[in-house]
Write a protein that binds this ligand. Sequence first.
Ligand code: ISL
Ligand code: CA
Length: 533
Amino acid sequence: MEWWKDAIIYQIYPRSFQDSNGDGIGDIPGIISRLDHLQALGVGAVWLSPVYASPNADNGYDISNYREINPEYGTMEDMERLIAEAGRRGIRIIMDLVINHTSTDHYWFRQSRDKNSPYANYYYWRHGGADGALPNNWTGFFGEDCWEFDPQRCEYYLHLFAKHQADLNYHEPAVLEEVKDILRFWLRKGVAGFRCDVINILWKDSLDNGKKRLALTGSEHYLSLEGTHEILRQLREVLDEYNAFTVGETVFVTPAQARDLCASDRRELDMVFSFEHMECDQWFLKWFKRKFRPRVFFECLTKWQQELDWNALYLENHDQPRSIPRFGSAGHWRESGKLLAVLLLTLRGTPFIYQGQEIGMVNFDFSRMRQLNDVESKNVEKVLRRLHIPQKLRWKIISRTSRDNARTPFQWEAGPGAGFTVGRPWLGINHNCESVNLAEQENDSDSIWSWYKDLAALRNGSEVLRRGSFTPLETGDQVFAYRRALGEEALTVVLNFSDKPARTALQGGVVRSSAGRDRFDGHLEPWEAVILD
Ligand code: ISL
Ligand code: CA
């Protein structure tokens, strides 16, 4: 049925969405109480970042029990109620499937410390070198070594992420069977599918040393290998029994690899999150920022639109800084927020709106390391210290890229707690919440929120926006324009990514203009977006 080609999907980071009991931590009853907001926005599905039992070394991406709900977030009954209440509003629930690694608190890992247990090979265990050397020269995603010594087993285990996240060993067939059971468990509860965390690194072909690189030494041994494709096809058999949907988070993926992962006849994934457009403002690694050049961004988006039949579209998520100051302009907050909404909701593919994006939330306004929670930021701070990088520069690097930028609590209303909590929030609330909040924008027909709602309704009601082809018309230094066409129908989108006005030769009747014009003469205001027919 491919419902996911017609739906707008909304990502919730549960810890920061809505607290219901005053402990300062977002929770499932809180999400349920806000379902009307999602319905008003017009979303067809919600992707929930992990809500499973977890000691929170990486806020839920370190799962200690796949069949339990983190008590901070509620109970299994709450989860079942969420699925039902969302369903009543026509909203499907998509779980986050984190199966590259588990928490070291997981039962499997604890058992695995004993070489004689049935779980002994569930993880990658290796001896170090005689001279205290690690088992190989690989480096991890969070800027640390990726081997940790376990005194009980007297061996090292592999962890490509934080040391509390041990990589599962898919050479042990029982691991895949366990995962299949977990899928069945949730599908039987009525979830519609999964967002699959770092899914293209599951299979490690060997643990040999890798070619030395600036980052991720060893990645040739696990990035997008045939073994992973094979695992995905096996999982698909289970998913197909329930007609379930999957979107894979695929790091460093190329268009050709992405095509293989989502080719419908290969039965692997339905679509993937690629990263190339998120790399337009950085040198190789996110820690090294470079000036955002719109043309590079347009060309990258165009390439992915053309090379893939179907894209997962996103400008934000819980790992990325907020999009307005990044691809738009803080000085033209409202205008650029609206323009980015048009971009997201008029490209070909399934749009994912990240919580807070629909009200133009921006990066945190913290000033000290102490205010951060993100394990990645903390690790990188340690690495930079070791390299004797001065404090000011360390903060500059970390504050611009920290994942906490996108993790501050949702700004429902002005005032302390922002309507998110009556208690002390687990992560600081942005001070701009006095002016940037949903309540304020609900009463303003010219707000970013009203614009999102309107555009989402436009897309939901327009087959050409949902299913039409994509043809680029202009990819300049400032203007991005493209046509969406289906049968006789066509719409043209023109976007001015600049603080300066622009001109284009394109013409048409105005379907929407973020500057509120009703006739278009080729002149665009700064950050204006128009949809023409
Ligand atoms: O955000 C990143 C680096 O800053 C990415 O490299 C990120 O680590 C990568 O996209 C994988 O992300 C996913 O898996 C991680 C988890 O921390 C992220 O939140 C999740 O989205 C490990 O499970
Ligand atoms: Ca709570």
